[in-house]
Design a protein around this ligand. Structure first.
Ligand code: NAG
Ligand code: NAG
Ligand code: NAG
Ligand code: NAG
Length: 411
């Protein structure tokens, strides 16, 4: 048992060391292919090598026996492996290829070998809730058709896996609940992603000013330690952003009025940060917001009545701030307890008068002092061309984002 653990540790270490290696460049493929087998195509032979390398060399525990039937050349019959004809537009359109891997909730321990780059036709790679450790191999950049990458709830480490920036078809990126560290590369926000989940990692350094370039509809970055500004460039996401969760992210600036430009947003949660200053009146521009959570910050002043009047608002949580005014109309949207630990007159469970007096005796917050970059919208462009997305996806594609999320304390 001890030996196995040591081996796992060493292999994760080695995997980490080899993470940058390209597939097939000099490295000899270790898996032996029975010369009598006939594969329908080179791509399915490559898939065999990739999957057998994974099973034989990089998987150390498979308690649900998901890979037990990964035997022989028929890779399309392996549990968790889905084949489909390559989509129209591909040079090999119609040829059978490994298009999806779904080992979600597999509880498999091991690492991701470089050979996974041989699965160059993958559209979906769903590995959530396993025990994969080490680095994300750089060889994944060969996955030119990959639309959904879900590596959430594993034990992956290292810098933010820059390889995801090189995947031209990627729309859904879920890396939450791992141990990625360092900065989020600013290029991420220039990628045409639709969903970005990075919560619960060890990511640091402030969110870049091009944040608002992202066309994503869902962004969840909670439980990291970015610090710095809540980016005003959020204003550039006015027609695309539906949900943003920046809970417990170390943000310490004012709330930029530009967030009020998010007219499609339904969930806006910046709770558990160190945001200061007022809740800007402009937030009332979030016409579709249903859940608005600014709890556990250092916000002050009065809650603007126009925010409480937002037609779709169901839950405004403002607890643990220093708000000193709350219009009576807010009772409709602020749940019982949703305003506790403030400086609100005639409300239960508030801070002590001494705490409030001490807070309000300090000089008022100067939001400009944070030197956050303002957002200056450019004049509207001519109407965009019609979407160039090709026809229907191959049948193996499940519903978009069908990947069940890992255990999460957010939803
Ligand atoms: C997996 O296979 C082993 C050995 O064949 C068996 O003992 C175990 O019960 C299997 N586990 C499951 C979840 O099927
Ligand atoms: C999958 O298994 C079936 C029989 O169970 C077989 O007919 C078929 O050829 C196999 N497919 C591949 C790709 O090996
Ligand atoms: C808004 O985002 C687009 C990309 O979606 C970018 O090209 C543009 O420069 C951004 N505008 C501003 C003012 O940041
Ligand atoms: C309102 O939202 C907060 C956190 O966002 C949550 O804890 C609370 O349960 C919600 N209350 C209601 C009544 O939906």
């Amino acid at each position: 048992m001890r030996k196995a653990l040591l081996q796992l540790f060493l292999l994760c270490f080695l995997a980490a060391a080899a993470g940058g290696e390209a597939v097939g460049e000099g490295a000899e493929l270790a898996v032996v292919v029975d010369p009598s087998w006939r594969f329908p195509s080179q791509r399915l032979r490559d898939a065999y090598v990739a999957l057998q390398t994974w099973k034989q060399q990089a998987i150390f525990s498979d308690p649900r026996n998901l890979t037990a039937d990964w035997v022989g050349p028929g890779v399309c019959n392996y549990t968790g492996i889905f084949c489909a004809p390559l989509p129209r537009g591909d040079p090999s359109a119609g040829e059978l290829a490994v298009a999806g891997i779904d080992l979600n909730h597999g509880d498999i321990a091991g690492y991701l070998p470089t050979e996974l780059g041989l699965l160059a036709d993958l559209a979906l790679l769903h590995l959530n809730s396993n025990r994969f450790c080490g680095l994300v191999p750089a060889s994944l950049r060969r996955l030119r058709l990959l639309v959904e990458l879900d590596l959430s709830n594993n034990r992956l480490v290292g810098a933010f896996p820059a390889v995801v920036l090189d995947l031209p078809a990627l729309k859904f990126l879920d890396l939450r609940f791992n141990d990625f560290e360092g900065a989020i590369p600013m290029e991420l926000f220039d990628r045409p992603l639709d969903a970005i989940f990075l919560n619960h990692n060890r990511l640091r350094s402030p969110l870049p000013d091009n944040f608002g370039n992202s066309p994503a509809s869902v962004i969840v970055l909670a439980d990291n330690s970015f610090g710095g500004c809540l980016p005003a460039s959020l204003g550039n996401m006015s027609s695309t952003l539906n949900e943003i969760l920046l809970i417990n992210s170390g943000l310490d600036s004012c709330v930029p009025p530009e967030v009020g430009m998010l007219r499609e947003v339904t969930v806006f949660d910046v709770s558990f940060n160190a945001l200061v200053g007022p809740l800007p009146q402009q937030v009332a521009g979030m016409r579709k917001v249903e859940q608005l959570d600014v709890a556990h910050n250092r916000l002050s002043g009065a809650v603007p009545e126009a925010i409480c009047a937002l037609p779709r608002l169901k839950n405004l949580t403002i607890s643990d701030n220093y708000f000193a005014g709350e219009p009576p109309s807010c009772a409709r949207v602020v749940p019982a307890d949703g305003d506790r630990q403030n400086c609100l007159p005639n409300r239960p469970a508030q801070r002590t008068p001494q705490q409030c007096a001490a807070f309000y005796s300090q000089p008022p917050v100067d939001c400009a002092a944070f030197q956050c970059k303002p957002f200056v919208p450019v004049p509207p462009l001519p109407p965009p061309p019609p979407p160039s997305y090709p026809g229907p996806l191959p049948p193996v594609y499940p519903m978009p984002y069908a990947s069940p999320p890992p255990p999460s304390h957010y939803r």
